[in-house]
Design a protein around this ligand. Structure first.
Ligand SMILES: [Zn+2]
Length: 557
């Protein structure tokens, strides 16, 4: 155990506030600029950045003429947007993809086995083979895999592979032996061990049952974290993401973030939600704001009200349409959930409750209503995913000021499965972006990477088209719920900043805010919607500093 304390770092906060200017005032011109603002989308062709890295002004050629003595940066006619904010994602897990076995998109269990075997051959010193990304729904036989299928290629070392959604894990027999799993091991609360007809574990562990294996994994150290986080932020900057709401970090991750902020290594900005069902909250005790020039805040706590829809772990008011005995799993009782929200809010933390099923969402709304005494809270509590909502519960988001933190690509990835699970009536409250917006709710968009790809243009494209990346279905899936381009951009910028109580500093290119922006290779607002998915980032700037340049990246290779 180590003590986590902000007290020792107060001096650093003080020093960093006397931030050296990177340069004198600079003027970015020859651009097609767009930003969300409190008055809707604004266009500009000139952006003035002051000597602290903040926006001084935006305007047109008249502004350029006024600034004739300032340093000039030619934007080459490119389109400029505010830096994109992913309002729900998992930075450390994403960074691990580069070092662990990545099974995302693998088309069959045989191909998965081949990759596992090859990875084991190339990593002879790894005590455990760890990986992520498999999805049996993509396989010809859409059944969960088994331990025996891994044993056939790796039996001498433990193997543990998380499903793409992080809500199930696949172990081999060696891993189950180390974890002490046998026929008598009970299912934990909120979890399930899949078993065969003899009662033996098959190798698949759902939701809380994953902990049975995870408890035996070798612990990552701070260097492992730092390596993964550096991998992640580098990739994200190149994709045009300037801030991430990290949905559930552990204590070591928090410590490594702090040291990375101190050493100016973060590059992008992190708004972190503590994880671990409140354990991390207890260790941290108080929120951290605006650390390291607004590169790090730890001011939110993430908990789960239920599981995922694909594995039927999402808590439903009525049984699943394709499993009449099953209503999924609620992870907390209503009383526990309310007590937790109240405690975290009293400590000054925003609460983000993962809720997928309509019961999970209703329990979260009920808990917020109680803790907030029926009114909006200045902490802006949030529901993460807000995926399936009873129509009568939709207006409660706006009434209670609860943010809907949603992921446009979840709709286009889930579209074939979701209606099987919940049927044609409940689907009307599923992925219901338009209904939520019309009720007055704020939608903050993200990707949930590594569950989905991190590229935010895939999310903007999904939000605008309701189509997957193959253009399916034609015309869009429940296209009435699509967002306009302006709404989609708002949800990935200013609304996302609002969801972190940061809209006074981030989320748009209005004067006084940090100059976090991107230059992209085509005009998001005027190209055919089908091309939004293909937009490439040319440069990424954070706080008036260029942190990614595609031309440099290409030259260095
Ligand atoms: Zn997530």
């Amino acid at each position: 155990m180590f003590m986590f304390s902000y007290k020792s770092i107060i001096c650093c906060v003080f020093l960093i506030s006397f931030f050296d200017p990177v340069w004198a005032e600079a003027v970015l011109h020859n651009i097609q600029g767009y930003t969300s603002s409190s008055e809707g989308t604004r266009e500009f062709s000139v952006l003035v950045i002051d000597d602290t890295g903040r926006v001084a002004a935006f305007g047109d050629d008249e502004l350029l003429a006024d600034k004739s003595s300032s340093e000039r940066i030619d934007g080459g006619g490119l389109t400029v947007l505010p830096g994109l904010i992913d309002a729900h994602a998992h930075v450390y897990s994403f960074g691990l993809l580069k070092t662990n076995l990545d099974l995302a998109g693998v088309p069959s269990v045989d191909e998965a086995a081949t990759r596992i075997r090859d990875y084991a051959i190339h990593h002879p010193h790894a005590d455990w083979i760890l990986g992520r990304g498999w999805n049996q729904v993509l396989w010809p036989v859409r059944e969960f895999p088994t331990a025996a299928q891994i044993d056939a290629v790796v039996s001498d070392r433990p193997v543990w592979l998380k499903r793409i959604d992080g809500h199930a894990g696949w172990a081999n027999s060696a891993a189950m032996k180390i974890a002490g799993i046998d026929n008598d091991t009970p299912d934990p609360v909120g979890g399930k061990i899949l078993r065969d007809d003899n009662g033996s574990a098959t190798g698949i562990f759902i939701d809380n049952a994953m902990e049975l294996i995870v408890a035996s994994l070798p612990e990552a150290d701070k260097d492992d974290y730092r390596t993964a986080l550096l991998n992640a932020v580098e990739t994200l900057a190149a994709e045009g993401i300037t801030s991430v709401h990290d949905a559930g970090i552990d204590l070591m991750n928090a410590e490594v973030y702090l040291s990375m902020a101190d050493n100016d290594e973060l590059g992008i900005r992190i708004y972190a939600m503590t994880g671990g069902a409140g354990d991390v909250l207890d260790a941290i005790g108080e929120p951290l704001y605006a650390y390291g020039n607004d590169h790090l805040e730890i001011a939110s706590v993430k908990i789960y009200s239920d599981g995922a829809l694909g594995s039927r772990g999402a808590a439903m008011i009525e049984p699943y349409s394709d499993d009449a005995e099953n209503r999924g799993l609620a992870f907390w009782t209503q009383d526990e959930l309310e007590a937790f929200v109240k405690k975290a809010n009293d400590l000054g933390f925003q609460v983000g409750i993962h809720a997928i099923g309509d019961l999970g969402n209703r329990m979260a709304l009920d808990a917020f209503e109680k803790a907030q005494q029926g009114k909006p809270s200045p902490l802006r509590n949030r529901i993460e995913h807000a995926q399936i909502i009873q129509l009568e519960d939709i207006p409660r988001f706006a009434e209670l000021g609860v943010i809907a933190a949603m992921q446009p690509t979840h709709a286009t990835s889930d579209k074939n499965m979701a209606e099987d699970r919940i049927g044609p009536d409940r689907i009307l409250g599923g992925y219901a972006w338009r209904r939520l917006l019309e009720s007055g709710a704020v939608i903050a968009s993200g990707s949930d990477f590594p569950v989905e790809l991190s590229n935010p243009f895939h999310g903007l494209y999904a939000a605008v088209t309701r189509q997957d990346r193959d253009g399916e279905p034609e015309g869009g899936w429940y296209p009435g719920q699509a967002l306009t381009r302006a709404e989609a951009l708002h949800s990935f910028t200013l609304a996302a900043a609002y969801a972190a109580n940061q809209e006074d500093r981030l989320g748009s290119l209005e004067p006084g805010k940090w100059a976090d922006f991107i230059l992209i290779d085509r005009n998001y607002f005027t190209i055919p919607a089908s091309e939004i998915d293909d937009i490439k980032v040319v440069q990424t700037w954070v706080g008036g500093e260029k942190i990614f340049d595609v031309n440099k990246a290409v030259k260095e290779q």
